[in-house]
Design a protein around this ligand. Structure first.
Ligand code: NIG
Ligand code: FE
Length: 386
């Protein structure tokens, strides 16, 4: 079944060969065939297809690639959010509330929750999502969290090193031994990535090194949560190890920025977190000007950022972080794909997976210009309409 989308007012291709960042083509057409982008060109030259969609001058973009989320959880932390808006500080310890609720949930309840959030994401234009464990923190609860996540995505991430759970209070070394031993063995069959929350109140540099090394030894690729709540060693560790991505990057020194530029590690910025924790936003402008590759992601989780909306993150990145609308859209599509090491998504050029978003708007600018407005009109994931 082939689909021709024609009369596209603005087609964002992210073609790396183009002169402009987004590879924009005006007055364009695109053919989807067999789940892939089969053809891109002018409407007058378009080949015939089984179905024709008239975009009537609207914009078409690659689907968003949300490279950082924590969707496997139960309960919510609305009360914690209320207290924060009244002046409380965000701290890593709140994670334990969600751990207790997640342990008490059935697999079916966890899967229902993930399904609901993935559906929410899709309606807002997200066509690829990474999903982490990290609210189980026992061997069985981490393994089942990842098994649930794997029903929804290939990009699953083992985050046993999220916080030290209460039963290991006073024995973080014992917990790291559990994570790098039996928990990793149970998690690895369901995971592509391994992640550590490297932060005061969570895990230090040596512990992060140990967890990433154990993961690498069984074939898991590393990523890190780092420099979220204050300066720290995580970003430089990610650069030293040549990790694909390091996420948050809110508190960076010049040395951190230099290390990211040299290593090519993608800095994934998560502005939903700063919005919802009332922290200063990361300096996206500084990173981009220094030549660091940047991605934007939701970090959807019940504690620090309970949004599933990439359009919201794009609007924040433009308004609060000094990104141009083009840079923000690129970071949420091609940037997310780079942060997941994926060459098959993030662009609308021939041969890529047909992950396509048709906006109810004439250009990508409207994603930041009309914040909070549901502008996604139609979505195809691997060529299939939602
Ligand atoms: O990415 N920083 C660590 N983990 C999550 C927050 C988890 C939570 O508060 O439940 C994050 O922000
Ligand atoms: Fe996170």
């Amino acid at each position: 079944m082939s689909v021709l989308i024609t009369n596209i007012g603005e087609l964002v291709t992210n073609d790396p060969e183009a002169d402009d960042l987004l590879g924009v083509r005006s007055d364009a057409a695109l053919v989807i065939d067999d789940g892939r982008v089969a053809w891109v060109g002018a409407p007058a030259d378009a080949p015939a297809a089984d179905e024709v969609v008239d975009a009537d001058g609207r914009a078409v973009l690659p689907g968003f690639v949300d490279s950082h989320s924590h969707l496997v959880f139960a309960g919510d932390r609305a009360e914690e959010f209320r207290a924060r808006m009244a002046g409380e500080r965000y701290a890593a310890g709140g994670i334990r509330t969600t751990v207790a609720a997640t342990r008490a949930a059935t697999d079916a309840e966890l899967a229902d929750g993930v399904g609901r959030l993935v559906a929410e994401m899709r309606r807002q234009g997200t066509t690829s999502v990474e999903i982490k464990s990290g609210y189980g923190l026992t061997v069985a609860d981490e393994a089942r969290s990842l098994a649930v996540a794997a029903r929804f995505t290939d990009d699953t991430t083992f985050l046993g090193a999220h916080v030290v759970p209460p039963e290991y209070d006073g024995d973080p070394t014992g917990y790291v031994e559990l994570v790098t031993g039996p928990m990793l063995a149970a998690a690895a069959p369901h995971a592509r990535w391994i992640d550590v929350f490297c932060e005061t109140g969570a895990f230090d540099e040596d512990q992060a090194r140990a967890v990433l090394a154990a993961g690498a030894a069984v074939g898991l690729r590393g990523r890190l949560h780092a420099n979220q709540l204050g300066p720290g060693p995580g970003v430089q560790l990610a650069a030293e190890l040549g990790l694909t991505a390091v996420d948050h990057c809110t508190y960076l020194t010049d040395q951190d920025v230099h290390a990211l530029r040299e290593s090519g590690t993608v800095a994934t910025l998560l502005p939903g977190v700063e919005f919802s924790t009332r922290q200063p936003y990361p300096d996206a402008r500084g990173l981009l000007d220094a030549g660091v590759r940047v991605a934007l992601a939701s970090d959807c989780n019940p504690g620090s950022s309970y949004t599933s909306s990439i359009p919201f993150c794009i609007a924040l990145a433009v308004r609060e972080m000094g990104m141009t609308p083009a840079e923000a859209v690129h970071a949420a599509t091609a940037g997310g794909a780079a942060a997941l090491g994926r060459a098959d998504v993030g662009a609308l050029v021939q041969g890529r997976r047909a992950d396509v978003v048709l906006l109810e708007a004439p250009s990508h600018l409207h994603l930041a210009y009309r914040p909070g407005v549901p502008l996604v009109r139609q979505v195809w994931v691997a060529g299939e309409p939602l």
